[in-house]
Design a protein around this ligand. Structure first.
Ligand SMILES: [Zn+2]
Length: 422
């Protein structure tokens, strides 16, 4: 990273009160009695907030493009029309009992950054854009991060259009109904680099009293289905030595999984969240157990090593208990590593604006995880109260909200200096 990343215009800042007012104003579109938001993708409230964003784009003098997945892009020109845009963004849809910040914050902060650039007269060389990704939550139409996924080629538009909600309405129909099926083919939009600002949705920043997380990537995740088969037997008459107790074996396996996970350090997450026992009777030695395992780690090699150890040890535990074991991997999502230069821009922007910061790995998925596959990408986190998210009580402090938006602004300015040097 060289000095040319240091932007001029150090004194530029976003308008904090207007950002906070935007968050309050848009929270009315789908606002709930408990102070949260229910704004499912492509519903009436989603259309309202999209229309609102379009109005803001026009007021700003920006050019609005809607693509064939309904993704909205607001474009401000740079001084060099040949350069592709630097893009900021997130999503405006929510969970059914969502909060006022998840996704929304990243879009509205990006809007405040566009306004700050426009107002100051500071001219970037690259065009700068804001994107609102359609259906990040995946709550009405699965999967999550759908439109950034189509944008980056993770799935096809035909797959997305055919997806049905619980009432049998397809994504394609819903998109038509709210009038947001745009002319530009999804994925054709040029992006030089992508920055996404988000609440952490976890407890780390809050606990450590740090304002900015420079997100280095998204951790790897693997799901497993484990089945242990022993033999059902009378609880009163069967001696210990003759038992093949599947639940007792499962208990040993669970303890062992936790010990192995701990031995690989604090970044390892292993969770058994579901356990089903057959036949489930007080006086019968359990014959069958089915259990889930959710395994996470920021590093693909480490998660592979943890899986290998668990397989070996679980087989040994099962054998000792006289039961058979099958362990099937049913989902594998590799780690995402954000662009080291973009992550450094976030650290420097935090330092430049006088904020405390640390590196952090995202435990949750985001549109940025898809974007990281096609362009230099980074994310910025701010703390949220109790690490609570996907909840109407989700809360972020005004000071952190404004600080994060200023870091976004300065990261994008640093990107302007860094990419495509003149
Ligand atoms: Zn989100």
């Amino acid at each position: 990273m060289n000095q040319d990343m240091m932007p001029t215009g150090v004194n530029l800042g976003i308008d904090g009160p207007s950002l906070l007012a935007d968050i309050a104003e848009t929270a009315a579109f789908g606002g709930t009695a408990k102070g949260g938001i229910c704004r499912l993708a492509l519903g009436a409230e989603d259309r309202q907030v999209r229309d609102w964003l379009g109005t803001q784009a026009a007021a700003l003098g920006g050019v609005l493009t809607v693509d064939s997945m309904g993704n909205q892009f607001i474009h401000l020109p740079g001084s060099d029309p040949a350069l592709p845009p630097l893009v900021m963004g997130s999503h405006l849809d929510t969970q059914p009992t969502g909060g006022k910040y998840d996704g929304i914050y990243g879009v509205l902060a990006g809007l405040s950054a566009l306004r700050a650039l426009q107002r100051s007269g500071y001219r970037m060389r690259h065009p700068v854009e804001l994107v609102n990704w359609t259906n990040e939550e995946g709550s009405r139409f699965a999967p999550a991060m759908m439109s950034s996924g189509v944008f980056t080629g993770a799935f096809t538009q035909a797959q997305a259009y055919g997806t049905q909600d619980a009432r049998g309405t397809t994504f394609g129909q819903a998109l038509e109904e709210i009038g947001y099926r745009g002319a530009e083919p999804c994925g054709q939009h040029p992006v030089r680099a992508y920055f996404e600002l988000h609440i952490e949705q976890g407890p780390i920043l809050k606990k450590e009293g740090i304002t900015i997380g420079a997100v280095t990537g998204v951790q790897a995740m693997r799901w497993f289905d484990l089945r242990l088969s022993g033999q059902e037997a009378h609880a009163g008459t069967t001696p210990r030595a003759m038992r093949r107790d599947a639940l007792l074996a499962a208990a040993h396996v669970m303890i062992m999984i936790d010990e192995i996970a701990q031995s690989y350090g604090a970044d390892t997450r292993a969770t058994v969240g579901v356990i089903q026992v057959q036949p489930g009777s007080t006086n019968v030695v359990p014959g069958e157990v089915q259990m889930s395992l959710d395994l996470r780690h920021p590093d693909d090699d480490v998660i592979a090593a943890v899986e290998e150890r668990i397989r070996t040890e679980a087989a040994r535990q099962a054998e000792q208990q006289g039961v058979t074991l099958s362990m099937k991997r049913i989902w594998d999502s590799p780690a995402v590593h954000f662009d080291p230069d973009c992550v450094e821009m976030v650290r420097r922007a935090a330092s430049l604006t006088g904020q405390s910061y640390r590196d952090i790995v995202s435990g949750a998925g985001h549109d940025a995880a898809h974007m990281g596959h096609i362009c230099p990408t980074a994310m910025i986190f701010i703390p949220c109260r109790d690490g609570l998210s996907h909840n109407e009580a989700e809360h972020a402090e005004a000071g952190d909200i404004v600080a994060g938006a200023n870091v976004l602004l300065h990261a994008i300015m640093a990107a302007d200096a860094h990419f495509d040097p003149a």
